[in-house]
Write a protein that binds this ligand. Structure first.
Ligand SMILES: Cc1ncc(COP(=O)(O)O)c(C=O)c1O
Length: 237
């Protein structure tokens, strides 16, 4: 990606070393979804904020996958108590309807002028109405509290499954309803078996099963997912 230099996740010095006179911003995904559900530690995020303040850089957060309630806070970076200068959002914002949005803090917002950030379908009233309906449901049905409570319980259950099958599971990572189960082998056969048993899971990163239940998933549905995973792992031996 031209113009970007890459530091190592959760390695603050690797970012500090990359900063020079040309550096404008640090861009970070709070919990990396596609690379295998890899969370930034709170210390790392706070450290990035400090680096940005010291060097007069913008801290940009990609909350496209981990935002909009998925981790039990509206934005995943809130768990660390960090405030970025700009936030990218999409996916859950439309509840299935395509929409993307960016929030920019006062002080940086004037970097955008009318027309400087356009897209063909940007700002359509239909997509915005869908997003407003999603925000209403999140608030009305108290989905942040639901995801927080159920996420903690579910992660504990998945960790029990990991303990029961150490030959198949190396680690369980994530928060709320964004969970990665690090396998010890190629996930493809297990994914196919889970699908046969009625559980849809997506692969991610290096041998990781990624669970992304809808925010309205009930305790019983999450339990059913755990039961199916257990049964599929038991069948593997
Ligand atoms: C964290 C994150 N950011 C950005 C994107 C890219 O979004 P788009 O497909 O709209 O370019 C994705 C897509 O999976 C994503 O997971």
């Amino acid at each position: 990606m031209p113009g970007f230099a890459f530091g190592e996740l959760n390695n603050l010095p690797s970012f500090a070393d990359l900063i020079d006179d040309e550096t404008a911003a640090i861009f970070v995904e709070t919990i990396q979804g596609e690379s295998g559900v890899n969370p930034c530690t709170p210390e790392f995020l706070l450290g990035l904020r400090r680096l940005c303040d010291q060097h007069n850089l913008l801290l940009l957060a990609d909350e496209v996958q981990c935002g909009i309630g998925r981790t039990g806070k509206f934005y995943a970076f809130e768990h660390a108590g960090v405030r970025p200068d700009a936030i990218a959002m999409a996916k859950g914002l439309g509840g299935g309807f395509p929409i993307g949005a960016i929030w920019v803090a006062e002080g940086a917002a004037e970097l955008f002028q009318p027309g400087s950030h356009g897209t063909t379908f940007g700002g359509t009233p239909l997509a915005c109405a869908a997003a407003l309906a999603v925000l209403d449901v999140i608030e009305r049905e108290k989905l942040l509290a639901h995801v927080s409570a159920q996420g903690v319980r579910w992660l504990a259950e998945l960790n029990q499954v990991a303990q029961a099958f150490p030959q198949h599971i190396a680690a369980v990572r994530g928060r709320g309803f964004l969970v990665g189960v690090q396998l010890t082998a190629d996930p493809a056969p297990l994914l196919a078996d889970l699908r046969e048993r009625g559980l849809l899971v997506v692969p991610s990163g290096n041998q990781v099963l990624r669970f992304l239940p809808p925010l309205v998933a009930t305790a019983a549905e999450l339990d059913q997912a755990t039961v199916i995973l257990r049964a599929a792992l038991a069948a593997k031996g």
